[in-house]
Design a binder for this molecule. Structure first.
Ligand code: 3HC
Ligand code: NAI
Length: 705
């Protein structure tokens, strides 16, 4: 099937990329495009070429799938296409409908003219995939907007809207009407005048008014701002090198440097991990049995409980333009919640992210009440009262009575049984869990918890709602702790056991931060509250889970974490910086003695990491085995967005695949022998290790079901 369409009009050849869904510039498409350019160049009657995109988009850039396997020796890439444009004698114009990302913007930058529609967005997001632009972007962008601005744009990987692109000289015109017609008209005019406007001929400046002497300073500053190479910063440093080359070398040599840097990165472990996450995120909503389900419209929402979570959830709805009513009976809590809402929007205004008017409008769209009757016209209601099943069941009964028939009822519970809540309603098919993470208006992760009777339509609506709320939604079965917290329990257990064995909590945290975790486990418990952790542990203990003595001791001493000035760490007044506390180490030593735990001096950083991370992996394998999580990629995404797992390692299950599942099983078996039965390997871990497979392959069929 042809991936491009060709049409001639009065000396202008229109080449339309047509490779659904996003006109990705695959090897196959590049081959066709290269042939089309050669043909246009060979015909004297063709004087200009316009590139445009079908399917409502210019192009999403190179096909990321092509970067996941070895590149065939004879592959035609977008680089070849761009080189042909650069060499060509015709006038080239890009008509950028909607989106030009990565290689697509690089193609546009090689053209003489660029036009865009008002809704178009342009960007070089390669850094998010652990690579750098590899088809001339690092050399041409600095020639348009200056080296400093180009570096900033590419390091952030953000796309910019058409108007801004016009202001910065990236495009020539924003076209209100028919973009392709405007491009054809421009082509007709352009062929009458000077054809060549190639960016490769331009000089690079650092920024307006900044002398070239400043380059070493700009470069050094940029390197300083990037994370270390082994902590997710590999591509960022190479990007700085490439832009430096744009400044220091002639175009062709700069381009060769960029190619070399790109080629070093594209099959690197961090890039492969980030590409895995790119596709894993796009697979989340592909749930067997859901494809025919029609999502309902959500125009109005309700939240029950205006505490920490309820207020954050209400702000999330307001940010998405959905009015929300919060039911909160405690007057003093209503005042606190209003202050939180006000403070949050004011902060956005101060940071220049919102206008005063917009902040006001969003604030007004959150209404507080103590009357459940106000929820009568809500399309979805999220319960966020205290974590007590009886109370939640009571709330669900009332919600069932007051809300309209089609309304979806959701719980934000961290651990409790969704089916037990659904059971008290007349609409269990419209009940599910929507588990937000604190702070709910900031954290991207949302776990969608499927009850035994949750209908496909309810799930489809939840996925659509998540998109509207700009959350990354992961489906979980209705099991204690769902996906994220269930895994966290085992991770936390090992962290606590290590401390009992004599490793100071700050050493455990430091080793895991070195591994790349955003925060160490003990600092994290102090942040979320040790009392909260204790409540969960109490329920787990009923289910036969492990020792909790240290948590009891800390709570008895009112060391609840940051909020009380001490937890596993101490905190100076007004500071959130954890200070290691010998008192905690003493408590651990006492508890270890009581439990008969042998103290050790020889625990390496490597052991700290493998014990905690293997515990995560083994728990993840059990979730897959039990069907609580659909795919290993779902678990990876949850851990990246909800728990600060380092993206460049791809998530815990991808990390296991990279290490080799057999290697992980070996470690788990050794820990089992030395440390006890809680290290029982997951049956799935054993199965995959013995079969020589990977977690990524397991469950793949679900996506394509
Ligand atoms: N390669 C392969 N597939 C891609 C793709 C790409 N560059 N971009 C999107 N897709 C696929 C998605 O996997 C998804 O497939 P599915 O329907 O089978 O799940 C489908 O296109 C739709 O994608 P989204 O769900 O993300 O659609 P949206 O409309 O929400 O977003 C988009 C569209 C803004 C283009 C977004 O997909 C995006 O940001 N894509 C990635 C852009 C990117 O990173 N480009 C750089 C590529 S690397 C490169 O160009 C290297 C060069 O410098 C040499
Ligand atoms: P919170 O204690 O801050 O707020 C609970 C609110 O519910 C209080 O303001 C209380 O007055 C109100 N409330 C109690 N009974 C009510 C009723 N019958 N009707 C209306 N409102 C009522 O608790 P938080 O932290 O916001 O947690 C709420 C839920 O969210 C819990 O189920 C919790 O497990 C879950 N959760 C908490 C997270 C956290 O980090 N705090 C993270 C994710 C989920």
């Amino acid at each position: 099937m042809a991936l491009i369409r060709s049409q001639d009009r009065e000396g202008v050849r229109l080449l339309t990329l047509d490779h659904p869904p996003v006109n990705a510039l695959s090897f196959a498409l590049s081959k066709e495009l290269l042939a089309a350019i050669a043909s246009a160049e060979a015909q004297a009657s063709v004087r200009a070429v316009v590139f445009s995109g079908a399917n409502g988009i210019f192009s999403a850039g190179a096909d990321v799938n092509d970067f996941r396997d070895e590149m065939p020796a004879d592959a035609t890439t977008i680089r070849d296409v761009i080189a042909a444009v650069e060499r060509g004698g015709k006038t080239y114009i890009a008509a950028i409908e909607s989106t030009a990302m990565g290689g697509a913007l690089e193609l546009a930058l090689a053209c003489d003219y660029r036009l865009a529609a008002p809704r178009s967005k342009l960007g070089l997001p390669e850094i998010r995939l652990g690579i750098i632009p590899g088809a001339g972007g690092t050399q041409r962008l600095p020639r348009v907007i200056g080296a400093q601005a180009a570096l900033e744009m590419m390091l952030k990987g953000e796309s910019i809207p058409a108007e801004e692109a016009k202001r910065r000289g990236l495009i020539d015109e924003v076209v209100e009407g028919d973009l392709v017609e405007a491009a054809l008209a421009l082509a007709a005019r352009a062929i009458q005048s000077e054809p060549k406007r190639r960016l490769s001929q331009r000089k690079v400046e650092i920024a307006a008014g900044v002398h070239a002497f400043a380059l070493p300073y700009v470069v050094a500053q940029a390197h300083k701002m990037c994370p270390p190479e082994d902590r997710g910063g590999l591509a960022a440093h190479k990007l700085v090198d490439a832009v430096q080359a744009a400044f220091e070398l002639p175009f062709e040599r700069g381009l060769a440097r960029e190619y070399r840097l790109f080629d070093q990165l594209v099959r690197s472990a961090p890039a492969q991990a980030l590409m895995h996450l790119f596709f894993a995120e796009r697979e989340l909503a592909k749930v067997p049995g859901l494809s025919g389900a029609q999502a309902r419209e959500i125009e109005k929402a309700g939240v029950v409980g205006g505490g920490t979570m309820g207020t954050g959830i209400a702000i999330t709805f307001a940010n998405a333009g959905i009015p929300v009513t919060v039911i909160e009976p405690a007057e003093e809590q209503v005042e606190k919640a209003k202050q939180m809402v006000f403070g949050m929007f004011m902060h956005q205004v101060q940071r220049g992210r919102l206008t005063q008017e917009e902040a006001w409008r969003r604030g007004q769209s959150i209404v507080f009440s103590d009357d459940y009757g106000e929820l009568g016209d809500a399309d979805v209601v999220i319960e966020a009262v205290f974590e007590q099943l009886d109370l939640k069941r009571h709330v669900f009964e009332r919600l069932d009575a007051v809300t309209k028939a089609g309304a979806i009822l959701a719980s934000n519970t961290s651990t409790l049984d969704i089916d037990a809540m659904a059971a008290v309603t007349s609409r269990p098919q419209q009940v599910l869990g929507l588990h937000f993470f604190a702070p709910a208006n900031i954290m991207k992760l949302l776990e969608i918890v499927r009850g035994a009777q949750t209908a496909p339509q309810t799930l489809a609506t939840a996925f659509k709602l998540a998109k509207t709320l700009r959350k990354v939604a992961v489906l979980s079965g209705n099991a204690f702790g769902f996906i994220g917290n269930r895994m966290l329990f085992d991770y936390a257990r090992e962290a606590v056991y290590l401390a009992e064995e004599g490793v100071p909590p700050h050493r455990v945290d430091a080793a895991l931060k070195e591994f790349g975790m955003a925060m160490g486990p003990f600092a994290m418990f102090d942040l979320s509250g040790i009392d909260v952790f204790r409540n969960v542990q109490l329920v787990r203990r009923e289910k036969g889970a492990a020792r909790t003595a240290i948590v009891e001791r800390l709570c008895a001493l009112r060391r609840f974490g940051q909020k009380s000035g001490a937890g596993f760490y101490r905190y100076e007044k007004g500071s959130r910086d954890p200070v290691p506390d010998p008192e905690t180490e003493r408590l651990f030593a006492e508890e270890a003695a009581k439990a008969g735990v042998e103290r050790r001096q020889d625990v390496s950083d490597e052991e700290i990491v493998s014990r905690t991370i293997y515990a995560l992996i083994n728990a993840g394998a059990n979730l897959l085995h039990d069907g609580v999580a659909l795919r290993s990629g779902d678990i990876d995404v949850a851990y990246i967005y909800g728990y600060g797992f380092p993206p460049h390692r791809g998530g815990p299950m991808w990390y296991a695949d990279e290490l080799g599942v057999a290697e992980v099983l070996d470690g788990v078996m050794r820990f089992r022998q030395r440390l006890g039965e809680h290290w029982e390997p997951s049956p799935l871990l054993v199965e995959i290790a013995r079969g020589g497979g990977t977690f990524a392959e397991h469950g793949k069929e679900l996506t394509h079901a």
